[in-house]
Design a protein around this ligand. Structure first.
Ligand code: COA
Length: 331
């Protein structure tokens, strides 16, 4: 049985952090940020009493309303995030409680910017093997909670947001999630990470003084690995499924840097107008970028469209998913 995405939803907070705002905070400028990354603004969750689960819950509530289902019908919630509300209980657990998914269980999955992809593949298994009929996959991150707003090399990149999809058994044999290729390589761990707060470096005065609770990134090696990794894996999945650039209706790339997206599009031989790009409005929302793209482009997607999802992130982690879109929005 094939799993199909049957509904998408997303949530971004109202407050904006623009490039102009950042010039007041660090030594940077709009031209540098736009030309190096493609980003103009990010949405930031400013309410100190709200966290990742609140954004995830908003997305899941909208998802249920759109699909016309009661949250108690959800079998499982899988949340991809690197900014869980707390170490435990899991963000999925908190989302389930906030939306009233009283019969669901769930867990979090940590794969940084590839998190939504890994979670989508995980959720797909429960439908394919006939265990469940309603699987919710969430990608949500409150990146502002781990970004150092005195570090100009990272604070310009990230934003907050959440996206969610509903997976159900496909109505036909044709459409739904068809193939995935995922990779991880711990050799990349030193280039992009948040060292403090885990079992290796539990929170202490020293970890705070050394800024170990903030995201650290050595941008150049990450950029280099991302350009090759995301482009190669997207080409690999096309080749394995006999697809040319013309066969692909939409490339749905993780939104980390416009130049990484462009390199992937060129390698795949896909026309630029078939690439979902919203990085200018949201920045890098980590696990939320891909479901937010699906939400923003949902009205343009047609049943049977070939979509290639692609991501690269901390770990390193990377991968690609091939699916045939399963519904027309007006159906
Ligand atoms: N504003 C102005 N100048 C800045 C700046 C900023 N916000 N950040 C860095 N600079 C400066 C640097 O200090 C450097 O100056 P120097 O040459 O005097 O040392 C110069 O700009 C070039 O920096 P560099 O790091 O070479 O820029 P870059 O073209 O590699 O772009 C990133 C930096 C972070 C945008 C890029 O490396 C990147 O996108 N990396 C991968 C990000 C990513 O994908 N992360 C998540 C994985 S999912």
């Amino acid at each position: 049985m094939r799993a199909a995405i049957t509904c998408v939803a997303g949530y971004v907070p109202d407050d904006l952090l623009t490039n102009a705002d950042l010039t007041e905070m660090v030594d940077t400028n709009d031209e540098w940020i736009k030309s190096r990354t493609g980003i103009s603004q990010r949405h930031i969750l400013k309410d100190p009493l709200k966290a990742t689960s609140d954004m995830g819950a908003e997305a899941v509530k909208t998802l249920c309303e759109k699909r016309g289902i009661d949250p108690s019908e959800i079998d499982i919630i899988i949340t991809a995030t690197v900014t869980p509300d707390m170490m435990f209980p899991s963000t999925s657990n908190l989302i389930a409680q906030k939306v009233g998914a009283t019969k669901a269980w769930g867990f979090d999955l940590s794969a940084a910017c590839s998190g939504f992809m890994f979670a989508l593949t995980t959720g797909t298994q429960f439908i394919q093997n006939g265990t469940y009929k309603k699987v919710v996959v969430v990608g949500a991150d409150k990146m502002s909670s781990i970004v150092d707003y005195t570090d100009r090399t990272t604070c310009i990149l990230f934003g907050d947001g959440a996206g969610a999809v509903l997976l159900e058994p496909s109505e036909d044999e044709e459409n739904g999630i068809i193939d995935h290729i995922h990779y991880c390589d711990g050799e990349g761990a030193s280039f992009l990470r948040q060292e403090g707060g885990g079992s290796l470096n539990p929170a202490s005065h020293e970890t705070v003084d050394k800024k170990m609770h903030f995201l650290f990134q050595d941008g150049k090696p990450v950029f280099k690995a991302a350009v090759t990794g995301m482009a190669d894996v997207s080409y690999e999945i096309m080749e394995r499924n006999g697809l040319t650039g013309d066969d692909v209706a939409w490339l749905v790339p993780h939104q980390a840097n416009l130049r990484i997206i462009d390199a992937t599009q060129r390698r795949m031989g896909v026309d630029r107008e078939k690439v979902m790009i919203n990085i200018q409005d949201y920045g890098n929302t980590t696990a939320a970028t891909i479901p937010l793209c699906l939400r923003d482009w949902e009205n343009q997607l047609k049943k049977g469209d070939n979509l290639i999802l692609a991501a690269f992130g901390g770990g390193f982690t990377w991968g690609s998913i091939y699916l045939k879109w399963a519904y027309d929005t007006d159906s």
